[in-house]
Design a protein around this ligand. Structure first.
Ligand code: TXA
Ligand code: MG
Length: 319
C-alpha cells in the first residue's frame, strides 16, 4: 500500500498498468480495481482477482472529455451531463463509438459503454497511461464495495499488484448510472449522485425504469451475445462441417473435418482464453457457420466465467 498523493505512486501505478498489471485506486465513490481497458489480458486479470463468476461489463474511467469522446457518442444531453457532473459520481451509458479501443472483454460485447470521469488520482493516471482504465469496485465478488485502502487489502490482498491509499472515499457509494436515450434519462443504478440534482440541472425527469431489459441486464439474458449458429458444449468429437473451439491445443475425434478450428489459448492459459473468447464467438457469428462444437474448458479460476458465457451462447434462443 502506497500513498496516492505522491507523484512516485502515480508513476508506479502508470508503469504497472502499462505493463498489464492491476492496481487498486481510490475514487470519490469507492475504490476501483483498475486495468488498462484496451488490454484484454489485463482486464481478464480483474475478473480473476475478483473471483467474478461472469464477465459483467465494466465502467471505463477517463481523464477528460476528449478521451471520453474517443470511446462513445455524446449527444447534446450527454454532453450537458458530463459538463455539469464530471468529474464526479455519475456514470453515463452511451453508444460505443465504432473503432473504440476499449477491449471487448471490458464492454462485454455490448453496443453501449459505461463511462465515468472520477475525482482523484485515477483521472491523472488514465491521462499518463494514455488509455481509459476499466475498473469495477475493488472487492471480491459478492462482498461490499471498499471505501478504504485497508478494505481493499482485506478483500483482495495479494491478488492486486499495487494499492494506492487515498484515504476514505468521500462519497462512499458507487456512482449513479444514467442512460440518456432519445432525450430521456433512465436510471440504471442509484448511487452517490442524487437524481434530484440531475433533474434540477437538466429540467428532465429521471425515469426509474430501464429502457429495455435486453441491454440493461447484460449477461442476464440467457442467450446474450450468442453466435447465429448452434453451440454444443463439452464436445468430444466434431461432426463434419462443424466449427471447433478448443483449448490448450486439445485435439478431438473428427477435428480434421472441422470447418475451422479456433484455440482459445494454445498455451492453456485461462487469462488468454478469457481475453479471446468474445472475439472468437464474434468471428464464428457468420451465416456459413451453422454449428459450433466447444471442448470442455477447465472450471477453475476464470474458467467459471468462461463457462458461464459459453453456456449462455449455447442456450436455446429467444429466452
Ligand atoms: O462508483 C463506481 O461506479 C465504481 C468506481 C470504481 O468507479 N465502480 C463500480 O463498478 O461500481 P462495478 O463494476 O462494480 O459496477 C458497474 C456497473 C455494473 O452493474 C454493470 O452491469 C454496469 O455498471 N454497466 C457497465 N457497462 C454497462 C452498459 N454498457 N450498460 C448497462 N450497464 C452497464
Ligand atoms: Mg461492484
Amino acid at each position: 500500500m502506497i500513498p496516492a498523493d505522491d507523484p512516485r505512486s502515480i508513476a508506479a501505478a502508470v508503469a504497472c498498468l502499462a505493463d498489464g498489471g492491476i492496481v487498486a485506486l481510490p475514487t470519490e465513490t469507492v475504490y476501483g480495481l483498475g486495468a488498462d481497458a484496451t488490454n484484454g489480458e489485463a482486464v481478464a486479470r480483474i475478473f480473476e482477482a475478483k473471483g467474478r463468476p461472469r464477465f459483467n461489463p465494466l465502467i471505463a474511467h477517463v481523464s477528460d472529455l476528449d478521451m471520453a469522446r474517443r470511446l462513445a457518442v455524446f449527444d447534446p444531453l450527454a454532453l450537458r451531463l458530463a459538463d455539469r457532473f464530471w468529474p464526479g459520481p455519475l456514470t453515463l451509458v452511451l453508444p460505443a463509438l465504432d473503432g473504440s479501443p476499449v477491449h471487448v472483454l471490458a464492454s462485454a460485447g455490448l453496443p453501449t459503454i459505461a463511462l465515468r470521469m472520477p475525482r482523484g488520482v485515477m483521472g491523472s493516471i488514465a491521462a499518463a497511461l494514455g488509455a481509459p482504465i476499466a475498473a469495477p469496485s475493488a472487492n471480491r465478488s459478492g462482498r461490499v464495495s471498499p471505501t478504504t485502502a485497508s478494505h481493499v487489502e482485506a478483500s483482495l490482498g495479494s491478488a492486486v499488484d499495487l494499492v494506492l491509499d487515498g484515504g476514505p472515499a468521500s462519497v462512499g457509494l458507487e456512482s449513479t448510472i444514467i442512460k440518456p436515450l432519445d432525450g430521456r434519462l433512465h436510471l440504471l443504478r442509484a448511487g452517490g449522485l442524487d437524481p434530484a440534482e440531475i433533474e434540477a440541472a437538466t429540467g428532465l425527469a429521471v425515469i426509474r425504469t430501464p429502457p429495455g431489459p435486453a441491454v440493461e441486464a447484460p449477461g442476464q439474458l440467457v442467450s446474450h451475445y450468442a453466435p447465429s449458429g448452434s453451440v454444443r458444449l463439452e464436445a468430444r468429437h466434431v461432426d463434419p462441417g462443424e466449427a471447433l473451439v478448443t483449448f490448450a491445443g486439445r485435439r478431438i475425434e473428427g477435428d480434421e473435418a472441422a470447418a475451422e478450428i479456433h484455440d482459445l489459448s494454445p498455451a492453456g492459459n485461462l487469462r488468454e482464453a478469457a481475453a479471446r473468447l468474445f472475439a472468437v464467438l464474434a468471428e464464428l457469428d457468420r451465416p456459413d457457420i451453422a454449428r459450433i462444437a466447444v471442448v470442455a474448458i477447465p472450471r477453475e479460476g476464470l474458467g467459471e466465467a468462461i463457462n458461464d458465457r459459453l453456456t449462455r451462447a449455447a442456450a436455446p434462443r429467444g429466452l
